[in-house]
Design a protein around this ligand. Sequence first.
Ligand code: SAH
Ligand code: SF4
Length: 387
Amino acid sequence: MTSGRENLLSILDAPAPPSTPIALRSLFGLSNEQLTDLLKQFSVPAYRTKQLTEALYRGWENDLSAVSTLPKDLREKLLEAEYSIGRPTIAETFRSVDGTERYLIATGDGQTVETVWMPEGDDGEEGDGSEAGVEELAGHHDATICVSSQIGCAVNCQFCLTAKLGIIRNLSAGEIAGQVVAVLDRHKVKIGRDRINLVFMGMGEPFLNYDAFMDAVRLLVSEVGIAESRMTVSTSGIVPGIEKFALEKVRPKLAISLNASNNTVREQVMPITRKWDIGDLIEAVRQVPLRPRERVTFEYVLLGGVNDQLEHAGEVVKLLRRANFPAKVNLIAWNPGPSIPYTMPDPDDVARFQQHLIERGIPAFIRRPRGRDIYAACGQLKRTVEQ
Ligand code: SAH
Ligand code: SF4
């Protein structure tokens, strides 16, 4: 007999990305080591790897035949062997009145994923302050890119629009990092001058596509040049993923989608709680060695009348006091979606909830919804255009 827990686990297995057909061998997404191995076949000096890596991840070249740092005959040989840069491209852009942009990014196999650009962040995630002074320079001051890790999602949170898609497939490392580079390129961002934050909070559950997600993080840190302290990954609470994450040397900051103050409510809104409950989550998070001044973010989507009352705020306080590690809470007023049976919280309840936490010493921020009019806000991402 299979238990509910086992059923949940099997549902969570996502199909892998399609193995790249020979006609579309993508270079974008390969690590420095993988590119070194590949270029060995073409018997060129080792420094050619560095030039190719630079062209892909620093120069954001999108056309192999135009990479002028590589000798023409090497470019031709690569093209003959059916290699291309193969970076995902922006297929469609939706622009919100608040400047937020939502993109449909084409992955080459006819699928699209969603990526969001928020010109001034959303108040929820702040950096570590290490780049104070950057504001004086020209450019993008504090933009945030929200990145997807899967097409659809298997986790089935009851309040989330992406859940309605089910899981379609995992994204590859190149497809994850490629969303970022496509958007950086569009906005002519200058790495080193502009302050860019990444949040892995788009479609999908990053910790159910762990290896590709972490490969993308390593590429973005070591090759593209975005500091890991400017990245945050959000998980619905996949305990084995959090345990692996705890062992990583290079890693984003961690956010946990708590979304309820006790297991009874959490089981209703996030059925995955039946597999790993709040206690399991807290114990897994405890294993993550925090850097100086780092806090774990707990995201809390406020659902009208369900989890937004003072009794719930009180439970969150108790829970985080007991956990006893540096934490903060990001409160998100639920963003409505078609045929999702919840209501938005009363703004007074949101304010009271935040005040209750702050007065008891728990830092709590209210995330501004960005791009609601173009369905770019949290939990509103769904592949199709016609919502
Ligand atoms: N799958 C990951 C990351 C993507 S979801 C996770 O769940 O953590 C990013 C955040 O959006 C999560 O905290 C999630 O709880 C929240 N969210 C989902 N649907 C929402 C909605 N309709 N309104 C507001 N926030 C929502
Ligand atoms: Fe998946 Fe996150 Fe949506 Fe839950 S909230 S269904 S984990 S994308």
